[in-house]
Design a protein around this ligand. Structure first.
Ligand SMILES: Cc1cc2nc3c(=O)[nH]c(=O)nc-3n(C[C@H](O)[C@H](O)[C@H](O)COP(=O)(O)O)c2cc1C
Length: 214
């Protein structure tokens, strides 16, 4: 973190503390209601292989990426479940799993890391892939690619994946709390916009299929 960002962070912290002291804490952290996509692609026959795409998201856009991956993976007659990972309790019965998360403060959402920990025994026996959606990649440079892939270092230590994808995400100020908006606009100067590259996501999902199913 450079000096300028550090000073902004101090200013933001003071501003937030003042707001909290004035009783505005609840308002500042109020999270707008978000729809989290879930769907099921039924495969061509009862014997078709089952893939789970489980994701963690805060503002909903990573769920849309997961759903698009599910549609791509399901196009060849596979059965694919796309679920918010908070709703997944059992992963037995899947022949492969894709786990994805948005990035918050340089890390996967904690529930996503927990999911990999909880299901480590099963995930380490079947092909598993990871993906990340983040704003680091709104400028797609080799350095930012390396940084975005490094967000998955901690889960790689739990289960080594068959593949990893890192993609630019979406920033919608209307879907985050006032406090988060304050941080991303005043401290990190993150631009608003939808930077998802659907062609890149589709190419990754198409290349992933043989890695997951052998
Ligand atoms: C409070 C907050 C913190 C974020 N921190 C990071 C970060 O450290 N690095 C990054 O690349 N993106 C960061 N992002 C961007 C999100 O990862 C990105 O917008 C993502 O696509 C959001 O996915 P979602 O809509 O599924 O929550 C942050 C977003 C918010 C709102």
């Amino acid at each position: 973190m450079n000096r300028r960002t550090f000073l902004k962070l101090i200013g933001a912290t003071l501003g937030v503390s003042t707001a909290a002291c004035c009783g505005l804490g609840t308002l500042a952290t109020y999270q707008p209601k978000i729809d989290f996509v879930e769907n099921h692609h039924q495969g061509g026959n009862k014997m078709s292989k089952r893939i789970l795409v489980a994701y963690a998201s805060k503002a909903g856009s990573t769920g849309e990426v997961a759903a698009f991956m599910g549609k791509t993976l399901g196009a060849d007659g596979l059965t694919v479940d796309v679920c918010s990972l908070e709703n997944v309790t059992d992963i037995q019965g899947y022949q492969a799993v894709v786990v994805g998360s948005a990035i918050r403060a340089g890390k996967w959402i904690p529930a996503a890391t927990k999911f990999v920990e909880t299901h480590q025994a099963v995930l380490s026996q079947i092909p598993t892939a990871y993906f990340t959606c983040c704003m680091t990649l709104h400028q797609d440079t080799p350095e930012n690619q390396r940084k975005a892939l490094s967000f998955m270092d901690s889960v790689r230590e739990i289960v080594e994946p068959a593949d990893m994808g890192a993609f630019a995400g979406k920033m919608d100020y209307g879907k985050i709390s006032f406090l988060e908006r304050f941080m991303v606009t005043k401290v990190f100067s993150t631009p608003e916009g939808d930077f998802r590259n659907w062609d890149a996501i589709q190419t990754w999902a198409n290349n992933l299929q043989p890695k997951l199913l052998g």
